[in-house]
Design a protein around this ligand. Structure first.
Ligand code: TXA
Ligand code: MG
Length: 340
């Protein structure tokens, strides 16, 4: 049985208390954040956290982000809190930034995928913050999708994957940012960008100076011991995905050519981007990179429902949110990239 709590028109504290109680009882509650929906459980309750991994089909070595509603919780969850963590939190929390720090004793290894570090984030969503506050617990929450599928940006997406399998879904409407948080590791110096996301790298560097970008961000095969999440295929619809990268005009011509080629083989072709280029199915991603980020996962899920055989995605420039968008697209494609 899954209770769906509608909170699209604002917070209803009485109803949110029901969800908070479920968290305290070790149950699973999906909730909105500003990035994507999270599949939440009490981060300090081992058996509750184990259920997150089971429900998602998530490999046990892929650590979860722990969500908080007040900065003081950082001192409970982390052994050391460097000055840079405070600077970043002051600037960007609540917001789409997860900070990796050495974990304290109270955080179970199940939550951190066996690592001695913990990723912490304060989400910029009123429902999420209130849920954490009312539950009185830090909430571990990966994106609320079956492992490997596109992340959910609406309660409908969550229901597609988890209806009947979790206790509660809090529906807060569509998420604002649409790609997951930026993950930065402060247990090394210089700090390492592990996942580009909703907070642009440029913004982080403005506050703490130069950051090393983990090579896996660009799809390089690397030692994945520090960030096991990097080795798994992600964000993938059932259809095959191809990303076309290059200058605007060349990309358009290349996509048109590929669409023709696949159609002539009798395949049903979908395009996600700025124009349809003659495809059978088309999802307009948006005019700005912010809009593209917001629509990206929805577009991938749409293509699955439309039953296309192949999705051709139009690349964007890797600036600002573009770095996160391209990272997700390349992963979704399993690195099938065509340079135009
Ligand atoms: O925006 C988000 O971050 C969403 C919402 C729900 O907050 N959550 C999310 O969680 O995207 P998930 O589990 O789908 O992605 C968490 C990422 C993974 O790539 C994981 O490997 C990395 O964060 N991560 C978590 N803890 C880590 C740690 N201790 N060290 C290195 N990477 C870590
Ligand atoms: Mg995820």
């Amino acid at each position: 049985m899954t209770i769906i709590i509608n909170m699209r028109d604002g917070i209803d504290e009485r109803k949110l208390r029901i969800a908070a109680r479920l968290i305290r009882e070790g149950k699973l509650v999906a909730f909105p954040t500003e990035t994507v929906y999270g599949l939440g459980a009490d981060a300090l309750n081992e058996s509750a956290v184990r259920r997150i991994f089971e429900a998602k089909g998530r490999p046990a070595d892929n650590p979860l982000i722990v969500h908080i509603s007040s900065f003081s919780q950082v001192h409970e969850l982390a052994r050391e809190v460097p000055e840079e963590a405070k600077m970043l939190a002051r600037e960007f929390w609540p917001g789409p930034l997860a900070i990796v720090l050495p974990k304290s004793e109270i955080v179970p290894k199940v939550t951190t995928g066996g690592l001695d570090t913990v990723a912490i984030r304060m989400p910029a969503n009123k429902i999420a913050l209130k849920l954490i506050e009312l539950s009185g617990r830090p909430i571990a929450a990966p994106s609320a999708n079956i492992s490997g599928k596109p992340s959910p940006t609406s309660a409908e997406h969550v229901a597609e994957d988890f209806y009947g399998k979790i206790e509660c879904i809090v529906d807060g409407g569509e998420t604002k940012i649409g790609v997951e948080s930026t993950v930065i590791d402060l247990t090394e110096w210089p700090p390492v960008l592990l996942r580009p996301g909703g907070l642009p790298l440029e913004e982080i560097e403005r506050v703490i100076g130069e950051v090393r970008v983990h090579p896996a961000v660009y799809g390089k095969k690397v030692d994945v011991a520090k960030a096991p999440g990097m080795k798994y295929r992600h964000y993938a619809p059932n259809a095959e995905v191809i990303v076309v990268e290059g200058s605007r005009e060349k990309v358009g011509a290349k996509i048109r050519e590929l669409v023709e080629e696949f159609k002539s083989k009798g395949l049903k072709v979908g395009v996600i981007g700025s124009a349809d280029y003659g495809a059978d199915e088309f999802f307009f991603l948006g005019r700005s990179v912010e809009e593209v980020a917001r629509n990206l996962f929805k577009a991938l899920r749409y293509m699955d429902r439309a039953g296309v055989d192949i999705v051709i995605a139009e690349g964007v420039e890797e600036k600002g949110l573009g770095l996160a968008v391209m990272n997700r697209l390349r992963k979704a494609s399993g690195y099938r990239i065509v340079k135009a």
